[in-house]
Design a protein around this ligand. Structure first.
Ligand code: FUC
Length: 792
């Protein structure tokens, strides 16, 4: 099978509907039937824009988004204060005092009343509209197929009517900043179509003039101006009336669509220019190019990122059958090709939803067809946004995390007001559980999910990882002010507990509780952040005084990791964990993944993490399964990690391979990619470990282009469940420390490019450290290559 292609023999809406009860034993009951949009349509995107292609006949529907089209924020009818409620911070000492005297009920009541934000004007991510293409007479069709080519970044639909083959291709180009649709017919003069724009919001106007349609509107809620222009290039006749453009072409039609809003990510107004000029200019550039050039530029741009990695986990990928059938069959007969396809799909989705200059990927990436999407399709900082970017560095898509760096930077100014308003920090910055692109940094409007001071540190972890992988000073300089501001927040927010140690108070383990002092996640993230910022300041030779303060705070933190009475890793400072608890958040294991405080050299903590994970069980919602996949990989248990991976495909994946929470939430797609990478390579504890958690089911395989911290790119080949060869490219000339697990046949040798042997490694031997030169390649292979002995 082609592991870079999703394909179907029916349009969206005609696949067998999914019964959620069949799919998931999720703890969140979601009683809506999944929509065709979320479960069957296919996504294209260029970071700025996203579109979902239905592949329907006789009317094709292409629903589209532009990432900045949001209700809420400044100018919102409801009013907007960035969520901040002045005076809230007066209650911080009062809540702390209640906790200090052990009155948790009183602390929770006070916190619920006062340590909350205002929901006013939070807003939601919006659908922009839909392009409809009506093909008269295309009722009786045959040989229907549609698909999404991940390598070519193109959705397509093809079918026959009366002996003519019709094909449409849809792309969303980053270099040209447009959506483009190409229509062809195999017989001259057989192609005609009526094209219309359906705006998602009332009050928008659509004007058709010549070959052009313009959709223009202002969101009633916040006055945001939006505009989309579509130009139809063709070689036939056109007729534009009643908001539609009808074309009868000789052989081909190309639609180009550009759209934008007057949003600008600039505090405090978040408004820029009317989008008309920019949208028109983009269109002018695009219409000057033939389709072939637009396509070529688009695919070349996409492939620079997409082709950096390749993966196969088996000699036999699986049958060449439609993706929905493959997924259905996976319930009983898992095929490795689908596992690989899901991996490539996650990489594709990140490229399509996060490119330099765009807003970051939100809860649904770039795709939403509603006015009130689940959780506003916002930026959630208590796991979801972080998970979106977990694959970015290790899966060689570092450019895709650029929007995250810019975005977090933009939170510092509004976040400083929130830090001062709620957390007693005049000089730091904060963000909490939920955030919109208008600087909403306040706690959420319910304390029990909305209070999340650790969010700044948690997202800083993604940024720090960017530097750990790239080793570029430029990255370090970009992220340092963000880390520094977050570290200052913690220095000012931390308070002394009765035992004299520094704690986060109040703290609330995400979505789980209780109102406590020093929950594990807060303490672990404070530790991580201080530690990383100390290192960063040392590397840059800056902030010596501050560094001293950070060191002292780090040493005085209440222990971030504690082992409790049933051998579990404690979620709270007090030993409160319930062994029967199966909550989806496992925030106390952040130190295992994505953090790095827990590792094989801390066996007691590894055991405790395992005990916790076993108690929580495998069943869960989409993102939580993906997180458990990453965690089991870090516990070096490949078979358990694989069980999670399989479970995600069996219970949390729609036929279009979107992850479901339910409903659709994209974090699980990204967490899946990160988890597969953790299975193949780990590098979070100062050494590169090859195949640390290889599932026994993945007998033979190859991964190319995977990244390791320290600036290395690896190609790894395994056979019979054992490492065959590894090629290590040194991207920045750092020393390399390499370890191989038990999955090797015989002693292995590492050689330089010139063939000289650097050293030997055997199963479970000590790691080998060697110098590398930037740009050079090092090869690890068996000393006496085996000719097998097992079964592939
Ligand atoms: C977190 C999770 C929920 C959901 C929401 C968008 O708060 O606890 O399960 O994923 O984000």
């Amino acid at each position: 099978m082609n592991t870079h292609l999703l394909w179907y023999t029916k349009p969206a809406g005609a696949l067998r509907p999914i019964q959620l009860s069949d799919l998931t034993n999720s703890e969140l009951v979601y009683d809506q039937t999944p929509s065709v949009w979320e479960s069957q349509a296919l996504p294209v995107g260029n970071g700025y824009m996203g579109a979902m292609v239905y592949g329907t006949v006789p009317i094709e529907r292409i629903q589209f988004n532009e990432k900045t089209l949001w209700t809420g924020g400044p100018g919102s009818q409801e009013g907007y204060t960035f969520g901040n409620v002045p005076g809230s911070g007066d209650y911080l000492p009062v809540v702390r005092a209640a906790l200090a005297r052990g009155d948790k009920e009183e602390a929770l009541a006070l916190a619920s009343a006062h340590l909350v934000g205002s929901q006013q004007g939070f807003g939601a991510y919006q659908s922009f509209g839909e392009i409809q293409l009506a093909f008269e007479g295309h009722e009786d069709i045959s040989n229907y197929t549609r698909g999404l080519d991940l390598d070519g970044a193109m959705a397509y639909v093809q079918y026959d009517v009366d002996g003519v083959t019709y094909r449409r291709e849809v792309i969303c180009s980053y270099p040209d900043h447009i959506l483009a649709v190409r229509l062809t017919a195999s017989r001259p003069k057989a192609l005609s179509v009526a094209i219309s724009f359906l705006p998602a919001h009332q009050g928008a106007t659509v004007i058709a003039a010549g070959p052009k349609l313009t959709l223009h509107g202002t969101l009633p809620d916040n006055g945001m101006i939006y505009e989309a222009q579509m130009t139809v290039l063709h070689d036939g006749q056109e007729n534009s009336t009643g908001g539609k453009v009808s074309i009868s072409a000789d052989s081909e039609i190309t639609l180009l669509m550009s759209c934008g809003t007057d949003y600008r990510n600039l505090y405090p107004n978040y408004r820029g220019d009317d989008p008309h000029a920019a949208v028109s200019e983009t269109m002018q550039h695009a219409i000057a190019k033939p389709w072939a050039e637009i396509l070529k530029t688009h695919q070349a741009d996409h492939r620079v990122l997409y082709q950096r990695m390749s993966l196969s986990t088996s000699l036999d990928d699986g049958p060449d059958c439609p993706t929905d059938e493959l997924l259905a069959a996976y319930q009983t007969a898992p095929c490795h090709g689908l596992e690989t396809l899901m991996f490539h799909y996650g990489r594709y989705l990140l490229i399509a939803s996060s490119r330099p200059g765009s807003l970051p990927a939100n809860l649904q990436g770039a795709w939403n067809d509603m006015a009130n999407p689940p959780w506003q399709s916002d930026y959630h900082f208590n796991i979801n946004l972080q998970m979106n970017y977990w694959p970015a560095e290790v899966a060689a898509l570092t450019e895709c995390s650029d929007p995250l760096v810019d975005y977090v930077h933009s939170l510092m100014e509004p976040g400083n007001v929130t830090a001062a308003t709620y957390f007693g920090s005049a000089n730091g910055w904060a963000v909490n559980t939920m955030n919109n692109p208008f600087g909403f940094t306040a706690p959420g409007w319910h304390f029990t999910w909305g209070w999340a001071p650790n969010s700044n540190a948690f997202i800083a972890m993604n940024l720090w990882e960017k530097y750990l992988f790239s080793q570029q000073e430029e990255d370090l300089r970009r992220i340092y002010p963000i880390l520094r501001g977050a570290a200052i927040f913690w220095l000012e927010y931390l308070s002394a507990d009765s035992d004299g140690t520094l704690v986060s108070s109040p703290s609330y383990s995400p979505e789980h509780g209780h109102c406590e002092i020093g929950c594990a996640m807060d303490q672990q993230l404070a530790y991580f952040l201080l530690d990383a910022t100390i290192t960063a300041s040392q590397l840059l030779g800056e902030d010596e005084m501050l560094r001293r303060e950070m060191k002292s705070a780090r040493e005085n933190l209440s222990a971030p990791i504690r082992v409790g009475r049933w051998g579990q890793l404690q979620e709270w400072k007090d030993d409160l964990d319930d062994p029967a608890d199966t909550h989806r958040h496992i925030s106390q294991l952040i130190a295992l993944y994505p953090g790095s405080q827990i590792g094989p050299d801390t066996p007691q903590w590894m055991d405790a993490a395992r005990t916790t994970l076993l108690a929580r069980g495998d069943a869960s919602t989409g993102w939580s399964r993906a997180m458990k996949l990453c965690l089991w990989a870090r516990l070096l248990d490949g078979d358990h990690a694989y069980a999670l991976l399989q479970g995600q495909l069996q219970t949390c994946t729609f036929p279009n391979l979107f992850d479901l929470h339910p409903p659709f939430q994209i974090d699980g797609n990204f967490g899946y990619v990160a988890g597969v990478c953790e299975i193949l390579v780990q590098s979070h504890r100062g050494e590169i470990v090859l195949l640390p958690a290889l599932p026994s089911a993945w007998k033979s395989g190859r991964v190319q282009g995977i990244k390791a911290r320290g600036g290395f790119t690896l190609d790894i080949h395994w056979r019979y469940g054992k490492l065959e060869t590894a090629v290590i490219h040194s991207d920045c000339g750092q020393d390399c420390t390499l370890r191989i697990g038990d999955a090797v046949f015989s002693p292995m040798e590492i050689t330089k490019q010139d063939g000289r042997i650097i050293g030997k490694l055997t199963a479970s031997s000590q790691p080998l450290t060697f110098c590398t030169k930037k740009g050079e390649t090092y090869v690890l292979q068996q000393k006496h290559p085996s000719n097998g002995g097992g079964v592939d």
